[in-house]
Design a protein around this ligand. Sequence first.
Ligand SMILES: NC(=O)c1ccc[n+]([C@@H]2O[C@H](COP(=O)([O-])OP(=O)(O)OC[C@H]3O[C@@H](n4cnc5c(N)ncnc54)[C@H](OP(=O)(O)O)[C@@H]3O)[C@@H](O)[C@H]2O)c1
Length: 332
Amino acid sequence: MQLPLTGMGTFGSDKYDENTVAQAVKLALESGYRLFDCASVYGNERNIGEVFDDAFRKGTVARRDIFVMSKVWNDMHGPGQVIKSCQKSIEDLKVGYLDVYFVHWPFPNYHAKGCDGNSRNADSKPFFTEDFMAVWRQMEYLKREGLVREIAVSNMTVAKLKEVLPLCEIKPFAIETELHPTFQQKELYDFCKKQGMQIIGYCPLGSPNRPERDRTDHDISDTQTEVITGIAQEKNCNPAEICLAWAVKKGHIPIPFASKRQNIVGNLSVPERIILSDDDMRRLDGLDCGNRLIKGQVFLWKGTDDWRDLWDEDGVVAEWTKKNDIWVKKER
Ligand SMILES: NC(=O)c1ccc[n+]([C@@H]2O[C@H](COP(=O)([O-])OP(=O)(O)OC[C@H]3O[C@@H](n4cnc5c(N)ncnc54)[C@H](OP(=O)(O)O)[C@@H]3O)[C@@H](O)[C@H]2O)c1
């Protein structure tokens, strides 16, 4: 399946309400977007479904002309729940089938809507391969039954992929992961490319309006770096557009969200409007500094307060055992 060069995100970041996001999707459809990144947890699939339905009825687009992606949220990983959640997304979005369905996060840990960075769920647990595979078996069922065209993963690491890929009967078609010039995840990127996975980059502009829980004092804003503002000045465009041009030239699919008409329209035409030279790309590649914005600390379990434990930074999936209600990491 060949996806468009750029898609549209639909996460309201706890700031844009459902109707604002649906209105943005309507503008995006009318402007020519054909790829939409949805998720049940964004709480707006019903509103977006109204927009799709209206567009199909009016003939603005046909169902087969657009690519609609959604994701199973972490609280629906149990037996039969992935299938139920997928059916609900299909129904809410009024699309009949999904083009790509993702496992949103590789563990069943979830947070309350609008929570702050210190929020924790008492049931949260570390990643276990067998838990993930139980979810993946349901994903495989969805593809076999034709409810979805492709199944995919999100927020995975090389270490986790190395554990699960040999066990998959149907390999993930794609990975959706955070990608922007100051956070390029080179090892994961190269690994997924080698596996033939389509790479979809979230927060491609550095998510300037992300929720408060995803902000720390050390975060770097891509669009305010000298390199990006400098190249934007040379090309007479805005810095966000340089991030998108970088993503497209790298070969992954950025899925920016925008609510303003000028941003929606402008972002889509970046691939034909902004051509980066090899030297521009070298300067942008040089910005990579591990600036992870979505650290995921709200998904941590009792026994750690270090978000790096979510991302297998020492290259392997750690072993955890539960002692007196606390998870303890096995020393290596
Ligand atoms: N799989 C996952 O776990 C995961 C996690 C996070 C995000 N995502 C997906 O990735 C999508 C994108 O991430 P995101 O929404 O967090 O961040 P983003 O796309 O990096 O940034 C969106 C923000 O940038 C602004 N913007 C858009 N185009 C612009 C332009 N040309 N110039 C200046 N500002 C511009 C928008 O403002 P205006 O509203 O003012 O236009 C919007 O607030 C999400 O919507 C979601 O679909 C997935």
